[in-house]
Write a protein that binds this ligand. Sequence first.
Ligand code: DON
Length: 309
Amino acid sequence: MINMNQFLLELHQKYGPLNEGQTANYIPELASVKTNQFGIAIVTCDGQIYSVGQTNTDFTLQSVSKPFVYAMALQEFGREFMRSHVGVEPSGEAFNSIVELEKRTHRPYNPMINSGAIAVSSFIKDKNGISREQRVLNLFSQYTNREHVIDDKVFYSEKETAHRNRSIAHLLRHFNVIGDDIDESLDLYFKQCSVLVNTIDLAFMAATLANNGIQPLTQKKVLDKEFIPDVLSLMFTCGMYDSAGEWAYTVGLPAKSGVSGGLLAVVPGKMGIATYSPLIDSHGHSVRGVKAITDLVRMYKLSIFNRAQ
Ligand code: DON
């Protein structure tokens, strides 16, 4: 079997020149990022790091934050509370869809789409004298073993233009999924989306989930083992939104994408895989990232349905 570093280099050379897709220009600040950036990183459960390309370049987490903040809320409030507010069904709709809130239960279908994630963010409050914003930053530091900050430009850029997310939040309030602190909830959501990370950080985040909630380097518990199946099953069925079925069929791993171009996938018990490249497809996934992870999974038989051993 070809050496992992060599294969990552081949993938970088193969997909680096691909110029399909566009930047997430509905957030004005994201429209102008350099589109040639491309990084791939792998962190194994025993802490080995493989990387190629721009894996130290910072970008904002965007929707990659969703499963992690959901996991934090799950740990704090428990399954019953979370399930009574946010469902666990794939919506089959785009990440920013509002239509399902009018249907059936008037609850967000799942925590990976914006409606579910905004509801989840509304449950995170200041605690023990630590602001909700700082709690979220601390959360990501536990996964990555380094300090994080919020990109204020991206935060304000999204906040000022987020008319659709505002409508979603007001509908959530109308159906009593969230409370009266609508603006504070949206602010936390925009802030978690604006946390700066790099591709190595994403790989550590994925590797911690792969390693039953234990961060591979610090060996500290970031998430209770009992909640790992909740988070991974939701990433598997809903993490890739309206192409989750296609992703499950072709790749077969729990994953989460973000519109700034980050993408991570979890190989349970083995490793976390992450990519960064800002050109995204119509579903909001990095074009180069999807292709690179698809090839990687095929080469090393990493799908949860088709393991090498
Ligand atoms: O709410 C939004 O539109 C963004 N802050 C996040 C969306 C996102 O990353 C969708 N995923 N690919």
